[in-house]
Write a protein that binds this ligand. Structure first.
Ligand code: SF4
Length: 144
C-alpha cells in the first residue's frame, strides 16, 4: 500500500494553532486505499498547542506576538522530511495556506487574511526533495 504523508489536522488531530482540527472527509475516504501518515510540522518543531498564529514575512516566520519562530518551523520541516524519507512517501497531502503546510498560496505576513503566492516552510522543503505536495482541495490528484 502506498504511503502518503498528511497534515495531522486534516485527519482530525487537534494540532492547529488554536487547538482545533480541520478534518477533511475526502481524505478520510481514501484511508483504506493508502497508508496515511499524520504529521504536524509545527508540533515536530517543538511549538506548543495551542500557540499564537504565525505567518511568513520577508523569509522569517513571526508569530502574532512578534516572536521569531523560524528555527522551530525549520526544525519541524526537517523532521517531517525525515519521516517522509523513512516511509518512502511519494506524495504529501498538506493543509492549504498554512505557513508550514501551505502549497502555492500562503498569507502575506500581515495577519490581515491577504494571500500571496508562496509555500509554507515544510511544503517547500518537501517539494525541493522531490515529494509531490497536494493541497486538500486537490485530493483527486492523488486518486488518479
Ligand atoms: S502545521 Fe500543518 S499539520 Fe500542523 S496544524 Fe498547521 S496545517 Fe495542520
Amino acid at each position: 500500500m502506498r504511503r502518503v504523508l498528511v497534515s495531522s489536522c486534516l485527519l482530525g488531530i487537534n494540532s492547529r494553532y488554536d487547538g482545533s482540527e480541520q478534518v477533511d472527509e475526502n481524505i478520510l475516504e481514501v484511508k483504506d486505499s493508502y497508508c496515511l501518515i499524520p504529521v504536524c510540522p509545527e508540533q515536530l518543531g517543538g511549538l506548543e498547542t495551542p500557540r499564537p498564529p504565525c505567518e511568513i514575512s520577508e523569509g522569517k516566520v513571526i508569530n502574532k506576538d512578534g516572536r521569531d519562530v523560524t528555527l522551530e518551523f525549520k526544525k519541524g520541516a526537517e523532521e517531517t522530511l525525515k519521516i517522509a524519507k523513512m516511509f518512502s512517501c511519494e506524495y504529501a497531502i498538506l493543509k492549504e495556506r498554512s505557513p508550514s503546510c501551505g502549497c502555492g498560496k500562503i498569507y502575506d505576513g500581515t495577519f490581515s487574511g491577504k494571500l500571496i503566492e508562496g509555500n509554507g516552510i515544510t511544503a517547500d522543503l518537501l517539494i525541493k526533495n522531490g515529494i509531490k505536495v497536494i493541497g486538500e482541495s486537490r485530493i483527486t490528484d492523488l486518486k488518479k
